[in-house]
Design a binder for this molecule. Structure first.
Ligand code: ATP
Length: 369
């Protein structure tokens, strides 16, 4: 499927190096560097205004960076003295609203990506081959996205999820080195999103192209991406595998942004920290020397509850619980007054005012205070 791509597998499909982009006084993207391998899916995750879309637009060629370099499939798309316009960058784009042409059928929408949208390719020697190959490629794409029977339909006859897949097929049809997706699920029904994520991941993996998608939804980033780049104020604060980002966040901001977090005041001791819940082993013990004040991060599912004696005035107490069937979220007030949140299985359903002991199940992360 990727016959037109450079066969050398050690080339990163996409490289951004020290990219900076300002708008007047605003530094939208600040010294951003990352690379994406062929077949890899990277999420740009962060709060509104952190520079995710601008990063994507610089890669696509819709914005010129003030500094830095973008390489696509080993060729410089923008860098010192080099500028390739968007249509010559070998990137496919899935816009936030999918931007399907309402007057064209699904087949014609996908074929568009092989012709008009990639005009520059016509000047290449394999132009004729591409044009002739269009119907076969469109069928291949329809098959890939699971819409074989949908070729004759028009956009208004598609569900949101189907429209998303057509947009993806159109982006993938010209065999781009990288596909860029801007908030690909934001226009879809909340209930649909989880199932569509899996379908999207399957399609991108089958296409074996590099993919970068922008989202402010942590679950979307963690479940769909191979690596997540968490952005804040124009910078990538951490990039790593989802479980690294989730369980080994490098900053307090990331810890809180990518998941629910209990932050407990603590004192550093050898290999760990002393907290109100007892001694906790730290995954990053070098954070502090003995006796230094720390904050320790524990996810709700890293805590468990045990019954305590009803007469024990020192016991923690359940404040409230939310029952979800598959699990429950139980908030507890510790003797100090500090509140923690636990996420538990439901064989015991906890009630307000139950006396409990909070048990730490895992090693934790500490942040110097
Ligand atoms: P959102 O999730 O809200 O889309 P984002 O993380 O994608 O946010 P960007 O759209 O990249 O953020 O914007 C980063 C910063 O740059 C913001 O402060 C924004 O106001 C500013 N910005 C983006 N585009 C422009 C522009 N064309 N002109 C001026 N400022 C801009």
């Amino acid at each position: 499927m990727n016959s037109a791509l450079d066969p050398a597998s050690d080339i990163d499909a996409l490289v951004a190096e020290h990219v900076t982009k300002t708008f007047g006084e605003t530094v939208a993207v600040r010294d951003v560097s990352f690379e994406v391998k062929r077949g890899e899916i990277v999420a740009l995750l962060g709060p509104s205004g952190c520079g995710k879309s601008t990063t994507l637009r610089v890669i696509a060629g819709f914005e010129r960076p003030d500094e830095g370099l973008v390489q696509i499939n080993g060729e410089t798309a923008v860098g010192p003295g080099v500028w390739r316009p968007p249509e010559r960058r070998r990137v496919g784009i899935v816009p936030q609203d999918f931007a399907l042409f309402p007057h064209l059928s699904v087949t014609e929408n996908i074929a568009f990506g092989l012709a008009d949208g990639h005009r520059a390719w016509w000047t290449r020697p394999w132009r004729r081959f591409r044009r002739e190959a269009t119907p076969a490629r469109v069928s291949e794409m329809l098959e890939l996205v699971g819409l074989r029977e949908f070729g004759e339909r028009y956009p208004h006859e598609l569900s949101g999820g189907e429209a998303q897949r057509v947009a993806l097929a159109r982006a993938l049809a010209p065999e781009p080195a990288a596909v860029l997706l801007d908030e690909p699920f934001s226009n879809l029904d909340q209930n649909l999103r989880a199932s569509l994520r899996l379908a999207m991941r399957r399609i991108l993996k089958a296409a074996n192209t590099a993919a970068v998608f922008v989202t402010h939804d942590r679950e979307e980033a963690l479940s769909l991406a191979d690596r997540v780049a968490v952005m804040r104020e124009g910078r990538i604060e951490q990039i790593g595998a989802p479980d690294d980002i989730y369980y080994r966040p490098e900053t307090r901001f990331i810890g809180s942004f990518v998941g629910d977090a209990n932050i407990l005041p603590a004192t550093s001791v050898r290999y760990g920290a002393e907290t109100e819940l007892g001694f906790v082993i730290l995954l990053n013990p070098s954070e502090g020397e003995d006796g230094r004040p720390l904050d320790v991060l524990l996810r709700p599912e890293q805590l468990a509850l045990k019954d305590a004696d009803r007469d024990d005035v020192e016991a923690a107490r359940v404040i409230n619980s939310e029952y979800y069937g598959h699990d429950q979220v139980v908030r507890v007030r510790l003797p100090s007054g500090l509140q923690v949140e636990t996420r538990l299985r439901t064989e015991v359903v906890w009630q307000p005012d139950d006396p409990v002991q909070v048990v730490v199940l895992d090693d934790a992360i500490g942040f110097a205070r």
